[in-house]
Design a protein around this ligand. Structure first.
Ligand SMILES: [Zn+2]
Ligand SMILES: [Zn+2]
Length: 333
């Protein structure tokens, strides 16, 4: 089969990805083998290709928003049937025994395995996943539109919950790409007022098309104080900006896996009055199930841009340079 691998991490325009021919992976006892139809392109793939995220394994295949059909079952696998549509997400395995797993916080597992970082991911013809970590996908979306739900959607949902905005409250969204535009749809369905602060014409256009309450530049003050905010842009310099936009007692959640350095904070202006700053680290399977149920109920539909699988590097470069709004999705065949 064909697969993209991260050869030597370097800037995306210098070609860190290489396409190779490799054997189809063999499912372990509790794994399923998935024939990949689509794979979403996540900013994490870009961080991995460029070396912001240290590679965990040389020559790993990126991609953790995989939609495909079950091609074969491991000897002990029985959750899905052959031919069934499944989604393969970022969280690939946890130990189930560490203190974090035991208290229900498997997103903080001390020995996790991630798809497209430890295990080979979806920029390929096939991948394997432990069946316990795969998802059934909403019937309301086709393969291309299901793919971004698997990371952009689930992580955005966890960040949205972490920001802890009440029903009908005021939510600020900093940065407006693949994850944010899905999260905004959830928030709007929950009756929240959504203020989008972002640079980039495509992003602002996308926010407008979803009917958010206001749109401004990333460093603008929103038109009203925020009950909570989510930082999607990987830009640490926006942390004090977003904290200053919060009302008393409100939370800023940082959604990304990587953030540039945060400048010094001023305690009085940016944290006092019980403003809170939280990171978001991966997700639990329960987050995933809850989000996918909401996505089906609200008929959440990501805005996508399709690319053939053989143009994966171009999709990543377009993401880096902000050449599209929404989420890029790679297609096989
Ligand atoms: Zn654990
Ligand atoms: Zn991701």
């Amino acid at each position: 089969m064909q697969a993209w691998i991260v050869d030597t991490p370097r800037p995306i325009d210098d070609g860190p990805l290489r396409r190779i021919e490799r054997d189809r992976p063999e499912p372990g006892p509790t794994d399923i083998l998935v024939r990949i139809s689509c794979c979403g392109v996540c900013r994490t793939d870009l961080h991995l290709a460029e070396g912001d995220l240290p590679p965990r394994r040389r020559g790993v295949t990126p991609g953790h928003e995989v939609v495909g059909r079950v091609e074969a079952l491991g000897s002990d696998a029985g959750r899905f049937s052959i031919g069934e549509r499944v989604g393969v997400p970022w969280l690939g395995a946890v130990d189930g025994t560490c203190p974090y797993c035991r208290r229900g916080a498997e997103n903080l597992c001390s020995a996790p395995t991630f798809t497209g970082w430890d295990r080979d991911g979806g920029y390929a013809d096939f991948c394997v996943v432990d069946e316990g970590f795969a998802y059934r996908l909403p019937m309301t979306v086709d393969d291309e539109h299901a793919a971004p739900l698997l990371c952009a959607g689930i992580i955005g949902y966890r960040a949205w919950r972490s920001a802890d905005v009440p029903i009908g409250g005021r939510l600020g969204i900093y940065g407006f790409g693949g994850s944010a535009h899905i999260t905004a749809q959830i928030a709007l369905h929950m009756g929240q007022r959504v203020h989008v602060l972002t640079r980039g014409e495509h992003n602002q256009e996308l926010a407008r098309s979803l009917g958010v309450d206001s749109i401004g530049a990333a460093t603008d003050a929103p038109p009203e104080p925020l009950d909570g905010a989510i930082l999607f842009a990987p830009a640490g310099e926006l942390v004090p900006v977003a904290l200053r936009a919060l009302d008393r007692g409100a939370t800023l959640a940082i959604a990304g896996i990587w953030l540039s350095d945060i400048p010094a904070l001023n305690y009085e202006r940016e944290l006092f009055e019980e403003r809170r700053l939280r990171s978001v680290t991966a997700n639990t399977r329960q987050d995933g199930e809850e989000f996918l149920a909401l996505a089906e109920r609200f008929r959440i539909t990501p805005t996508t841009v399709g690319y053939p699988m053989d143009r994966a590097p171009e999709a990543l470069a377009d993401l880096e340079h902000g050449r599209f709004g929404g989420a890029a999705v790679l297609h096989n065949g």
